[in-house]
Ligand binder design. Structure first.
Ligand code: FAD
Length: 578
């Protein structure tokens, strides 16, 4: 009788934990009850209560939440606790709702060549089955899933959107990536076109030894095009001149792009030949959650709670307690209090630099490498205006006939602005008054703690809005209706300084038997959402199968092929800088 009562108490704790996400105290009570039961009855026979293993997951961004969901969905043996430093889900891919206008930090295209990822997204947010508001008004055709939800009536919807993105140089629009068509040369003018042609021929004849990113670009585009379209933007983005950046960065991000490649593609497109590879049109469309990328992670967090997982917000993990090569638990800070939690496995999507700094007894070499890993940070200003001074000369229809771009690369040495987003074009549901306002996101790259990072919202807004006037996006600052600033720490894991020694750090981290590093900053790799999710898919597979070799987790998004499907897919032929 007593045994049954104690078992019911355990089930009650499980229920409360699942329903309300109450963790620590109940876990302790549950475990204590379990120990009493074991002591009283020894083996518990058929009704034996298996001690659940505890998975501690650091970070409620895409990687952390994917790991939590997968572990809960695929196993009943794990109690899952996610610790998130902020009060929002989605990490870098969060959506900020400011007075009914939503901001996407950087503009997140959902595109993946991995079928598992696409299915996962669809499961959380089914593809639209009816047109969006703007497609209805403008009578624009868009691919839809029969029976899918109607975005005009439901929120849990994944939209299909057209991707339009151009370069703004010399106050004119150029294709992105640069394409060699008549309009490009018309925009550049005869003198510049000839100069670019000669400099390209020179680069073809006198190839440079590729010691830097500058050499890499010049060899592929010629010095003139490089200085127009790559030099300043790269330096602005990374805070380092391309001559100081390793060429491998270019090799990773600039897949198969050269002027010859651009010409070949133009020819293929013109003649409808794609060599059986991915149709370009496919990568010019992307999926996008109705309410911005953060919506996907808010939905995932709800699903995790339904499955019995716990997410503790406002909980910054500061210490990783280790004995030998095994982690005992973590310590987090919430409302100024330090709280310790023990665990069986730790899945970390926090920046690897901070993770190692929080561990005890790390040998000098990996500690030095981790401490030296560089990042680039990011700030953005959402600006609400009645209109932009940019004329839509394309044949793409838009509400209010605004330019159709999702985002625009600013290549202008007179301003610090790196890009601007036009949220109206990402999803009509990001903007409160779509018919009468344009909601833009001005983007700046900086370093945490530098003079830009330390600006107040007013100072930052003044600088950014003045630059809008300089670029003639608006006539004067009086037309601004409202603005909002957001800072994003460690937006870009950078590939310089101790990064070249990262293999030694990975080797050390792999010696810790119950630690899994996932995601973008968790692995210090330029991972997109899908890559970040794949690192978690692989982690959960390893945990559940007992596989100890972690190379499959670290190999996601490297030259070492990861998924069979990748082998058959064409690399995106573009210079993609997120
Ligand atoms: C400007 C920009 C544009 C991008 N565009 C695209 C795009 O178009 N498509 C695409 O697929 N990807 C894009 N990305 C990449 C995408 O944002 C990332 O791949 C993705 O967010 C990484 O997920 P993550 O979970 O690894 O990390 P994060 O999103 O960084 O999440 C990590 C989480 O951990 C939390 N955390 C950190 N430290 C601690 C701690 N000590 N304790 C507790 N919690 C902690 C953070 O608060 C955060 O919530 C873009 C990125 C940037 C910067």
């Amino acid at each position: 009788m007593r045994k049954r009562a104690l078992l019911w108490i355990i089930y009650f704790f499980d229920f409360l934990n699942g329903a309300y996400g109450i963790v620590e105290d109940f876990c302790v009570l549950r475990y204590t009850t379990y120990v009493i039961l074991q002591k009283l009855y020894g083996k518990l026979g058929k009704t034996e209560v298996k001690r659940m293993k505890k998975a501690l997951i650091i970070g409620a961004g895409p990687a952390g939440l994917t790991a939590a969901y997968e572990l809960l969905a695929k196993s009943k043996d794990y109690q899952v606790i996610v610790f998130e430093e902020t009060q929002q889900f989605g990490g870098i891919s969060r959506t900020v709702n400011y007075n009914g206008n939503r901001m996407d930090m950087g503009g997140h295209r959902f595109f993946s060549k991995v079928p598992e990822v696409n299915e996962w997204w669809q499961n959380m947010l089914p593809l639209q089955g009816a047109p969006t508001y703007d497609d209805i008004v403008l009578d624009r055709p868009m691919k839809m899933a029969p029976g899918g939800p109607d975005p005009e009536k439901e929120d849990r919807v994944m939209l299909r959107r057209n991707r339009v993105s151009r370069i703004f140089f010399d106050r004119k629009f150029y294709d992105y990536p640069i394409s060699l068509k008549v309009e490009t040369f018309k925009n550049m003018g005869l003198a510049k076109t000839i100069a670019c042609g000669f400099s390209y021929i020179h680069a073809m004849i006198f190839k440079r030894e590729e010691k830097s990113l500058e050499d890499f670009y010049v060899n592929r585009f010629g010095k003139k095009l490089y200085s127009m379209f790559f030099e300043y933007y790269t330096e602005n983005l990374w805070g380092r001149h391309p001559s100081e950046i390793d060429p491998s960065w270019g090799a990773q991000r600039v897949k198969g792009v050269s002027i010859l490649e651009v010409l070949r593609n133009a020819f293929r497109k013109k003649h409808g030949k794609t060599g059986g590879k991915v149709e370009t049109s496919l990568i010019e469309e992307f999926s996008y959650p109705k309410l911005g990328p953060g919506q996907l992670w808010e939905v995932t967090a709800e699903e995790i709670k339904k499955l019995g997982g716990t997410i503790i917000m406002n909980a910054k993990v500061t210490k990783i307690r280790k004995e030998g090569n095994h982690i005992l638990g973590i310590t987090y800070i919430q409302d100024g209090k330090e709280i310790e939690v023990d665990g069986d496995v730790v899945i970390s999507s926090m920046p690897v630099k901070d993770l190692v700094a929080g561990m005890n007894d790390v040998p000098a070499e990996p500690a030095r490498i981790a401490a030296g890993l560089p990042y680039r940070d990011y700030m953005t200003l959402g600006v609400l205006v009645p209109k932009l001074n940019l004329r839509n000369k394309t044949n793409i229809k838009t509400i209010g006939n605004i330019v159709p771009d999702n985002w625009v690369y600013v290549q202008d040495r007179t301003v610090k602005m790196g890009r601007f987003q036009i949220y109206n074009n990402w999803s009509p549901y990001l903007v409160k008054d779509l018919e009468h306002t344009v909601w833009v996101g001005l983007e700046y790259f900086c370093n945490e703690g530098d003079s830009m990072w330390n600006m107040t919202e007013e100072e930052f807004a003044k600088m950014a809005i003045d630059e809008m006037v300089t670029l003639r996006l608006i006539s004067n600052s009086d037309s601004v209706i409202d603005y909002h600033m957001e800072r994003v720490k460690k937006a870009y894991p950078a590939y310089f300084d101790t990064y070249e020694e990262i293999d030694k750090l990975i080797e050390y981290l792999n010696t810790i038997d119950n630690l899994y590093c996932v995601g973008r900053n968790g692995q210090h790799r330029y991972n997109n959402i899908d890559h970040s999710m794949c690192t978690s898919f692989e982690t959960v597979k390893n945990i559940l199968s007992g596989k100890t070799d972690r190379s499959n987790i670290w190999n996601v998004n490297t030259e070492k092929e990861y998924h069979e499907s990748d082998k058959n897919a064409e690399a995106e032929d573009e210079v993609e800088v997120d």
